[in-house]
Design a protein around this ligand. Structure first.
Ligand SMILES: Nc1ncnc2c1ncn2[C@@H]1O[C@H](COP(=O)(O)OP(=O)(O)OP(=O)(O)O)[C@@H](O)[C@H]1O
Ligand SMILES: [Mg+2]
Length: 474
């Protein structure tokens, strides 16, 4: 029969118990699970070690008996610390081996208890160890957050569109609503997803990004839901999935348009019922996470093509945030440039502080098909190669300069026809952008299809010419 696990708002701890004596194992497990901890209990050290290595990131505490047949508690201790130095270990031992316990403390155990166990004392020690661990994790998180700087301050944009977007982000962050973020590649979807989390009531819980396009669809299911031991060939231990790791945090499903239709059905169920089961499992797990989704593909079109489920679309699209491409908010470019200049000058220990006016003009008028990511990469590149304190035009790649020199006069050989000129422009632009047709179309301000059609025409012209030539030679 399926059991329902309570939502753990207060005590969020994942504990492993290793104890060969059945009674003692049961008593400890019950004592902790009653308090809301998630407990995995093992009767021998070998199985426990396998589990600890496979689930390192989510285990808070390992409680192990010292004396066990086969793999003993000291080995469990060593292996645990090897898997993660910060994972807490509580040793449980009979009176006879107190000396060993002291020895074990020297080897890195965090605490020890002697049998028979006083349950009150047991819970108190467990609570202390886990609290200590979560404090450490919080400090870690704070550092990471500072490092990655996910606050709004680090999202640059003064344009009207971005101001509006920030306002919406602030409003939606305060709620628990599902959010769909759309926008071309490199516009800052992940940055916004982070800002939503950092400004939400869940900010002290986990933010868990999952890129649906990067994980093969058969693996994605057990990544998200977890699986039970023996659920399929190769499932040698139970695996806790991402949903379970972040039951109260924010789950960011990136590239949602790439999720298989089968999995979409299962995801819809999670969103509707707020619970799920591990693959091959019977235990129902409640989930209180907030979901943020992102995609750079057109989901409406995907629905028409039968690649995306309409019912799921309405579920995830409760609030939708559209990030405009950079070319539609050129007034943000200057600020982004100076932001990235100072970021990379510091990182690469360069003295660059300034951008020449003609460089800025070139950057302002370029199309940025790769959006902010492309701009950021370009600035980093330029900074690395710069020798002076100012970024000058010679450091810019040709495709960016040529686009901006609108008033420049090009020497056209007399006698060239309009269509020959056009063809030359297309080929030279393609050369300048390394053959990337999407980018060439952007620079030339024509549609990609038009460009492709013209190239096809040129190709067939070329073939005709070649066969004409053959005829001439005959
Ligand atoms: N407004 C912004 N201010 C500062 N940095 C930004 C801004 N927008 C994007 N960036 C930076 O540009 C890069 C790309 O952003 P991000 O990864 O969030 O884009 P994305 O929309 O998720 O792209 P993709 O669809 O390719 O995954 C990151 O390094 C990010 O920090
Ligand atoms: Mg992204």
């Amino acid at each position: 029969m399926a059991q329902t696990r309570p939502l753990k708002e207060e005590i969020d701890g994942h504990v492993v118990i290793v104890e060969d004596e059945i009674e003692s194992r049961k008593v400890m497990t019950l004592a902790l699970s009653k308090k809301g901890y998630h407990v995995e209990a093992f009767g021998n050290g070998a199985d426990a070690i396998k589990y600890i290595h496979s689930q390192t990131s989510i285990i808070d505490l390992v409680i192990t008996d010292l004396r066990m047949p086969g793999v003993d508690g000291l080995t469990v201790l060593k292996e645990t610390k090897q898997a993660d130095q910060d994972m807490a270990v509580l040793l449980v031992t009979g009176y006879a081996s107190v000396e060993n316990a002291v020895e074990a403390m020297k080897l890195g155990a965090d605490d020890y208890l002697t049998k028979p166990i006083d349950l009150f004392e047991f819970r108190a020690r467990v609570h202390k160890l886990i609290k200590h661990k979560s404090l450490n994790r919080e400090v870690d998180l704070l550092h990471k957050r500072l490092d990655k700087r996910f606050g709004f301050e680090q999202i640059i944009g003064k344009s009207r569109q971005m101001e509006q977007l920030f306002e919406m982000v602030r409003a939606v962050a305060a709620t628990n609503a599902n959010v769909l973020i759309t926008g071309e590649s490199g516009t800052g979807k992940e940055l916004i997803a982070n800002a939503i989390h950092q400004n939400s009531p869940k900010k002290d819980q986990r933010f868990l990004p999952i890129n649906c396009a990067a994980i093969p669809s058969d693996i994605l299911e057990s990544e998200l839901f977890g699986h039970e031991r023996g659920a399929f060939t190769g499932a040698i231990t139970r695996k806790i999935g991402k949903f379970e790791i972040a039951t109260n945090g924010t789950i960011f499903l990136d590239e949602i348009g790439d999720m298989s239709v089968d999995l979409q059905v299962k995801l819809l169920r999670v969103l509707e019922q707020k619970e799920f089961m591990r693959v091959g499992g019977t235990e129902t797990i409640r989930i209180g996470s907030r979901f943020v989704f992102a995609t750079n593909c057109n989901l409406e079109r995907a629905i028409e093509e039968g690649k995306f489920r309409e019912d799921l679309y309405y579920r995830i699209n409760v609030v939708s945030l559209k990030i405009p491409p950079l070319r539609e908010r050129r007034e943000d470019i200057a600020e982004l440039v100076s932001h990235f200049v100072s970021e990379f000058a510091t990182e690469h220990k360069k003295q660059v502080t300034d951008v020449a006016p003609d460089v800025m003009q070139a950057l302002m008028s370029y199309g940025w098909p790769g959006n902010v990511r492309e701009l950021r990469n370009l600035i980093e590149n330029v900074i690395i190669f710069s020798k002076e304190d100012r970024i000058t035009k010679d450091l810019l790649p040709t495709h960016i300069i040529s686009r901006s020199d609108k008033n420049r006069r090009v020497a056209v050989p007399f006698g060239m026809t309009m269509s020959e000129l056009e063809r030359e422009a297309i080929y030279q632009t393609l050369d300048a952008v390394g053959g990337n047709k999407t980018r060439a179309a952007e620079v030339l301000e024509v549609g990609l299809r038009t460009l492709q059609r013209k190239l096809k025409d040129y190709e067939s012209d070329g073939q005709d010419e070649a066969s004409d030539k053959d005829d001439d030679e005959d």
